[in-house]
Write a protein that binds this ligand. Structure first.
Ligand code: PLP
Length: 376
């Protein structure tokens, strides 16, 4: 049995302190014991989101929280703007369209970054747009969007600004209130160092009017139910208590370390990962690379093989391209509990595998490049 190295952009590895919490006996969710844990978790989430608004915990993956945003803000035939630079941006449009919401697009080629001025122009041309949806870290391409600039633009209109920060939140600098973001979504299995299964969602004051007017069908994801139960430190339906107990521990680790220190660590890991890829002759794929996952173009004849060989031979998991990028890029994550040693191990194995698959690689080159960044 080989030791696992999980260097994928979700799920990510779990620290032992957190895993131990998951082994504790299940507690009942209608108890003061649970309420006090939930209260602590709610405060911790506000800190990580950098917001004064309430953050709700949901029992679903991140996409469930995306759907929750749409069904609580909109009505049939409402018009929205989806600003998309990859697979996850497109998901916003797919969900909206399945509910009969009219979608206007601002999009760029995958790998490129969105231009906030395009969003501004489109909003001016369509003053009836109710909400702008975009992605913070577009995990499918490794690009980070300029949420601060887009937030400034949207805040001057009647539209609300909704951001999928499923990847990136708790890893790369993100300031919900300062950047005037109205709905922020995240999930447990990326930078939060938890298993999959939880999603988080925050709504600002500006969203209240839309929530009142919203006529899209909803039951499990009705924000009003979560708001009522939040007041008594509970959730409307049976929550995954085990994951919430683990979340409390994760938030404690994050608060003890301080979010700014986590941002700095991710920045350094990202620099090292980029240097590692380039030293192997691989071209970085993202026009504006994020700090939690590094993407690089690979020869198409070995693209898929790199991923499967790494896994089978060395038990190292990295991700390949999604959708139209399948076989064309590799994605190596440095979020959550993934650290310097994981990165060194990952690159050491990646080098061997690229050689085995026929690329001319000088041994130790990427490891040296990563080490140099760590020293510098
Ligand atoms: C991982 C990810 C998702 C998908 O979330 P699920 O938890 O699989 O539903 C959506 N958006 C982004 C940016 C992601 O990184």
């Amino acid at each position: 049995m080989l030791k696992q190295y999980l260097l994928t952009p979700g799920p990510t590895p779990i620290p032992p302190q957190i895993a131990l919490k998951e082994a504790l006996p299940v507690i009942h969710h209608r108890t003061s014991e649970f309420a006090s844990i939930y209260k602590d978790v709610a405060e911790g989430l506000k800190y990580v989101f950098q917001t004064r608004n309430e953050v709700y915990v949901l029992a679903c993956s991140g996409t469930g929280a995306m759907e929750m945003a749409i069904v609580n803000l909109l009505s049939p035939n409402d018009k929205i703007l989806v600003a998309s630079c990859g697979n996850f941006g497109e998901r916003w449009a797919k969900i909206a369209q399945s509910y009969g919401v009219e979608t206007i697009y601002v999009s760029v080629e995958w790998g490129k970054v969105l231009d906030p001025l395009e969003i501004e122009k489109t909003l001016k041309k369509n003053p009836d747009i109710k909400a702008v949806f975009t992605t913070f870290v577009e995990t499918s391409t490794g690009v980070a969007s300029d949420i601060k600039s887009i937030g400034k633009i949207v805040s001057q209109t009647n539209a609300v600004f909704v951001v999928d920060a499923i990847s990136g939140l708790a890893g790369q600098e993100f300031r919900t209130d300062d950047w005037e973001v109205d709905v922020v979504i995240s999930a447990s299995q990326k930078d939060f160092m938890l298993p999959p299964g939880l999603a988080f969602i925050m709504f600002s004051q500006k969203t209240q009017k839309l929530i009142e007017l919203s006529r899209l069908p909803k039951f499990y994801f009705d924000i009003k139910k979560y708001r009522d139960f939040y007041l008594i430190n509970q959730t409307p339906f049976t929550p995954p208590v085990t994951l919430i107990v683990a979340l409390q521990e994760a938030l404690k680790l994050i608060r003890n370390k301080k979010i700014e220190n986590i941002w700095n660590d991710c920045k350094r890991l990202a620099r090292a990962a980029r240097a590692g890829m380039q030293s192997l002759g691989l071209k970085l794929f993202a026009e504006v690379p994020c700090e939690v996952v590094t993407t690089a173009s690979v020869p198409e004849n070995i693209g898929e093989k790199i991923i499967t060989t790494l896994k089978e031979r060395y038990s190292v998991s990295i991700a390949g391209g999604q959708g139209k990028l399948k076989g064309k890029i590799i994605r190596l994550a440095h979020m959550g509990y993934i650290g310097k040693v994981d990165l060194l191990a990952g690159f050491a194995c990646l080098e061997i595998v690229l050689s085995e698959l026929g690329m001319d690689i000088e041994k130790g080159k990427s490891v040296a490049a990563v080490q140099k960044e760590f020293l510098g």
